[in-house]
Design a protein around this ligand. Sequence first.
Ligand code: NAP
Length: 281
Amino acid sequence: MKSDKIILDGTRVANEIKEKLVGRVTSLSEKGITPCLATILVGDDPSSETYVRMKGNACKRLGIDSRRIHLPQETTTQNLITVIQQLNDDPTVHGILLQHPVPHQIDERAAFDTIAVEKDVDGVTTLGFAQNAFGFANYPSCTPAAIMAILDYYQIPIAGKHAVVVGRSPILGKPVSLMLLNRNATVTICHSKTEELHRIVRLGDIVVAAVGKPQFIKSDWIQAGAVVIDAGYNPGNVGDVDYEGCLQQAHAITPVPAGVGPVTIAMLLKHTVDAADRVLG
Ligand code: NAP
């Protein structure tokens, strides 16, 4: 590996974000407020259970309360909406996270949009998404915010660069594309119907992989000197990028694990503390 290569160390970025929260949590607690994140898990998907547990543990380590609601697989949209409304009305809850995906019978959009925007710490509501698109969201989606935080921590230039985002999901591909656009990148968004994908990816100064397919982005798709951000997280701790191959081509690259993942969790904690702070006005 050449010495000018940068491994974008998510653990380091996450630690810096979390260190800044310690004092804020203490000062809120002196005012009688313990930031609280409610997580809702519907069904028994083992990966989702792991994510929710990791988020809960991260809260605990920082003195943030986490309230875990686990609903059965057969939960209806109306049941879920009722639970979310109760959390909206509960002044001791500052952030609400509905773990995606939910079982097929549930109208996920209706459920997400029930979350009060002031508690939407993962930017999943239609309003939160729109605020992010305009560039003034209090809480942009955590993974896109994590990607921007990594780029900023390592002072990767964004303005004027061609960013190619592979994936257009409402929680990841689309919002990160808008955030890059708002920072004056020229953005191309790719998806499953994109033709000649490898040729388009090769044009990227910054490539964001948000596909959900292990090692999908190959080394010969990457322009020499590009910055590669792998948001993917597949079973076996594998990203969406062929890391070893792309490492040879890239100037900078996020590993999996210890890349985007830990920063996503740190962002969730930060947004929860921000939401608790806003209660004080
Ligand atoms: P998703 O909702 O399944 O979206 C996947 C996107 O990839 C879709 O837009 C899809 O296109 C596109 N795609 C699928 N096959 C493709 C192909 N052959 N060529 C080009 N594009 C293709 O997934 P997601 O929720 O955005 O998650 C993406 C990845 O990020 C997953 O690995 C997930 O585990 C990971 N993730 C990580 C974190 C973290 O904290 N690190 C957080 C969230 C997600 P269409 O729109 O055309 O179907």
